[in-house]
Design a protein around this ligand. Sequence first.
Ligand SMILES: O=C(O)CCC(=O)C(=O)O
Length: 271
Amino acid sequence: MGITQEQKEFFETFGYLVLPGLVKEEIGWIIDEFEAVFRDRGTVHDGTQRSCIVPFIDQRERFCKLLDQPQIVNLITSLIGEDFNYLGGDGNFYTGDTRWHSDGFHTIGKYLKVAFYLDPVTRDSGALRVIPGSHRIDLRDNWDARKARESLALWGIEQSQVPAIALESQPGDVVAFNHNLMHAAFGGSKWRRMFTINACAHAETAEELKELENFIAGSARFWVDHAHSEIMRETASPQRMRFLQQVIEHEGHLPALAAKARAEMAEPARG
Ligand SMILES: O=C(O)CCC(=O)C(=O)O
């Protein structure tokens, strides 16, 4: 079962969608897998700054199966179409506030983030806040709401006072949003657990392929030679492979960029 036509329209109009309890039945093993990835990596989060692992669900065979879960696949296909591209994602212990930003400025293609918050989060304890409609850069690319990080200078208010909707959530809920949407989080703990799945619509035109290649190039800052892990690819059923194939065919430029990043950066990026 996918989402309703009304939910799709809501997503198109406002740029986000909350799916309460979408993975409620699975949340026990999802949290176990989340913890296991950090443990396997030896990454100990000390609360002083964000800890981030990319790609994330790729790190363990069971976690990869999230990409086979009908409720996840149906959500993504309903929002951006069949044969979407899985683009990886990050697993995080967030620390404190996240300032206003969008994850992209895509005028070509459809880019989606599916986020799983593994601790209860409310408006003032780290729930994702979004500015509804701010993803519509096709309509208004100069709307000042997209400058919300400059709220003090522009409107004389702190970033935490910027008018926004807080997507309060419980473990088992899922939040999906357009990469172009302005978002932030305030008042969260120093151990806020959250991971994401990034996806984009299957590229059909030369311009869409170029945009996809640009997105893949952005993974270099995480020091990865491939957008997906070997585990993700080697354990993929034909159905999952459909979501990996186009990325595999268009990531040939990544190893050289990752090598450059390794030479220039002290550690992989934290976001
Ligand atoms: O939860 C947060 O602190 C921010 C999440 C975010 O910015 C993102 O996933 O792009």
